[in-house]
Ligand binder design. Structure first.
Ligand SMILES: [Zn+2]
Ligand SMILES: [Zn+2]
Length: 417
């Protein structure tokens, strides 16, 4: 038997109902904040991710699903969404009419990570991106939108973690300082961090391994290196969060995995899922649009880990699995022919209908109707056909009534109406 690919996952009912709830709530909520849905493809040229995410990141170095396309072009299954949205913003000149654009996108991402519990190689994100505004107020609006989205889903116990990553003016000095400090401690760092140290020392701050965490415990903070503009931006973000009553923690260790972030970086963390505790994260990427060949437009966005969010929501709202409103229990060939037609017409008229064509005993059919959680069972056999009446039984109250067979569909619709 051919099995599912390792590290991938089937999303089955009833869990799909939770997914739809999570996704539809996002659509509804984000659109009230002026966001519109974009659906970029899952396949892009590899160069897009190399240039945006950065060559020296774990994602680009070892986690992408890359293969040869036609004419020497390398193609990659997207490991994240922002690069594609930025590419589309530039390629279709979406900035031309008004540079301020707000998009959200929902879909699968692919990373060849080591398979582990709760982590999949195809995972799902809900992303939102805002282009054309560098004001700190949009940073705060985005965080507000996220937090109110989570409370709509009844997800609680969340905290906002906030940092500033500076800009190309002020970050190099910090990077230099951090790099100097860490080169004296390479003996304490894990293999990955020794490698990161050369190309991207900020990533060492992000390492979850104990020795690395200890080695950076007294590292300098980016916040002490911010230039004047970055400092006032960060202050304004905090003041606006205070004004709108969103508590937050300043977390100088929060660097996010990707190279393109500038200034505000944030994560929404939960304590409910153990060690992997960020349920959403994002930040500014003021230089990415220009870096990818577009006009100079500031931008900010976030990604929600939908797989984790579904886990959180599932524990709050057990997925409701509605049974059929009406279960057709035909007995005998003539009754089955009638039931087949009624089942089609009732479903088409909007009534959740299940018909059983197994030809088993009425007792067996009633057991199945019960197991499916059917509200009503419609019983029809040779005797009913003779009397031109089918029997509708309410499964809860056990009440029965007769419905005229020649206007059966209409009668059921009136009954359910
Ligand atoms: Zn700066
Ligand atoms: Zn490390």
């Amino acid at each position: 038997m051919i099995q599912l690919v390792r590290g991938f996952k089937d999303i089955l009912p009833p869990e799909t109902a939770v997914w739809r709830h999570v996704e539809n709530t996002a659509r509804e909520h984000f659109e009230k904040f002026g966001f519109r849905e974009m659906r970029p493809p899952v396949l892009e040229q590899t160069a897009l991710f190399q240039r945006s995410i950065g060559e020296h990141t774990d994602i680009v170095e070892k986690e992408m699903y890359t293969f040869a396309g036609s004419r020497d072009t390398m193609l990659t299954l997207r490991p994240e969404a922002t690069a594609s949205v930025v590419r589309a913003y530039i390629q279709h000149k979406l900035y031309a009419a008004d540079p301020v654009c707000k998009f959200y996108t929902i879909g699968p991402m692919f990373r060849r990570e080591r398979p582990q519990k709760g982590r999949y190689r195809q995972f799902h994100q809900i992303n939102a991106e805002v282009f054309g505004i560098d004001s700190p107020y949009i940073d705060v609006q985005l965080i507000f939108m996220l937090m109110t989205y989570f409370s709509r889903l009844s997800v609680t116990g969340l905290s906002v973690h906030l940092n500033s990553l500076g800009c190309p003016e002020c970050r190099p000095a910090y990077r230099q300082k951090l790099s100097e400090m860490l080169s004296d401690r390479t003996g304490d760092l894990c293999e990955d961090c020794v490698r990161r140290l050369e190309k991207n020392p900020l990533r060492v701050l992000d390492c979850k391994k104990e020795p690395c965490r200890n080695a950076v415990s007294d590292a300098p903070s980016m916040l002490d290196f911010l230039c004047g503009d970055c400092r006032s931006h960060f202050r304004a973000v905090q003041a606006a969060l205070d004004a709108i009553d969103i508590p937050y923690e300043i977390d100088p260790r929060l660097v996010r995995g990707l190279d393109y972030y500038t200034r505000t970086a944030f994560e929404i963390q939960t304590e409910e899922l153990g060690a992997q505790n960020a349920v959403a994260g994002g930040g500014r990427y003021d230089n990415l649009v220009e870096m990818l060949g577009g006009p100079s437009q500031p931008a900010i966005g976030f990604a929600i880990g939908a797989d984790r969010l579904v886990e959180l929501v599932e524990t709050k709202i057990p997925a409701p699995e509605p049974g059929p409103v009406i279960f057709l229990a035909p007995m005998g060939e003539a009754a089955m022919e009638l039931a087949a037609k009624w089942a089609c017409l009732l479903s088409d008229a909007g009534v959740r209908t299940e018909a059983d064509f197994s030809g088993r005993s009425l007792k067996a059919l009633m057991r199945r109707a019960d197991r499916l959680g059917a509200e009503n069972v419609l019983i029809v056999g040779d005797r009913e056909i003779e009397q031109n009446e089918a029997i509708l039984r309410n499964m809860k109250t056990r009440d029965q009534k007769s419905l005229p067979m020649d206007r059966l569909v209409e009668s059921v619709l009136e009954h359910e109406g």
